[in-house]
Design a binder for this molecule. Sequence first.
Ligand code: GAP
Length: 527
Amino acid sequence: MIVVHAGQRTSGGQSGGACYHAWTHLAPGRHSGAAPLEALVTDTSLIPLSPAKDDDFPRTAVEPVAPLQRVAPDADTSAGEHEAAMDTIVALCKKRGLIFQSSEIYGGLRGAWDYGPLGAALKDNVKKAWKRAMLQLRDDVVQLDASILMHPRVWEASGHVAGFTDPLVECRGCNSRYRADQLPTNAKGEPYCAHCGDKGFTEPKNFNLMFRTYVGPTEDSSNQVWMRPETAQAMFVDFAHVQLTSRQKVPFGIAQVGKSFRNEITPRNFVFRVREFEQMEMEFFVRPGTDEAWHEHWITQRWNWYLRLGMRPQNLRIRDHAAEELSHYSKATVDVEYRFPFAWSELEGIANRGDFDLRQHSQFSGKDLSYFDAERDERYLPYVIEPAAGVERSTLAFLVDAYRQEEARTASGKVEKRTVLKLHHALAPVKVAVLPLSRNDALVPTAREVADLLRPRWPVQYDDAGSIGKRYRRQDEVGTPFCVTIDFDTVEQDRAVTVRDRDAMTQERLPIDRLPDYLGEHLRTEL
Ligand code: GAP
């Protein structure tokens, strides 16, 4: 019987078995004795960029923007009362075209979702906010955009071929397949099949989650490659090249945002667990001995990132992994967890990977990936601190956190329920909606003029369909921070417009000429 904790992959050693004659030059463990990459380069323009550092510990202490909630590995995962039910979020996303099933007209494909115009913009904004915090605001992290298909030996070295598995069981009644640690249970807590009700299951078998495909026209094992299950490996494989050409010194990081694929046995909870998703990962290379201080630094940085983007601290926590839960590469890991409606669940993992990855790739490739620290006159294999977040999970958490049902007073004084996404302005897909009071020909030219005035600076939506009240509700439901209304006074009298604030629902009258400055002051689009 295999004991696997929820969310944990079984750890893997290295498989020397598979034979990839098209690529294999070195057997596992054989070292080419090649000179380190930097020794081959005589170009002085590649001398490291950063000035000498007094110390390579985190230079400035980061303070948490709200007290860091750190919980034990076995902390209770139940979400308790939640103001946003998952079904409500899923329905809102479908209604407003944010996120909906892939290939819907054919009945959909499990574990695959499409992001419509506003969903794509929201997801882009999450990625932009991550890049801003991880790259733009730092001088010690550089970007990589690596290929999804990599040399198959990468996944042997990383341990994925042998160990990236989940325990699979089959229902003895109807052969439906389940992850052994995620079987549905009845009121008595007994596992049962959700399709036929049977309670008998086969013994768990290890199922490798990597999707395989073939390069070139022949589908045989020598041409088989894997769809990457994480973006991280390219940052290790390209470490020496990126370090040299970006002229960075350890400590420094390589960051990447990109697609990953996992053949999850039971994709579930909307976009929380899917088969095709995007990761935002950063590998931060540090001198051994400084790794624990850097690990803490990154835990606080990532905690702050979610809170600065408006997430409520009571819905966020840091959970330490128990020793038996650690992945095969990890010296220590914490999860950033969010209180989703279904349970407290992982948003992001922040691992201290030690030197596992550079050691494995040095050994499997035969290329020395050690680093020469000129200031200390020593050579070592850097340790790696890895904050690894999911774009879909973050997007879902921001959606859930922003969701509110409120009572609102209409222009006629009636109290109505409104649904509003109180998204941070930086995340809102549309920043300003331009709403002519009606489709009357007298209003259209000025309304178009206002939209054209704002469009170069912010994503603008022009909406003239339905009553103003309905249009406000529509914009509230997708989190648009400001609505600008053009009425008959605008065109006949004062060239002034009404600006409505999404959260306070206050309305201000402003001259059109003042509008860009006003929005510039009030839209908080940066972290
Ligand atoms: N390189 C380390 C790594 O990949 P992970 O915990 O397996 O670690 C990192 O993945 C993040 O990627 C997770 O915290 C989660 O946000 C996201 N992720 C992983 N599998 C996912 C899936 N099937 N669907 C959606 N997001 C996923």
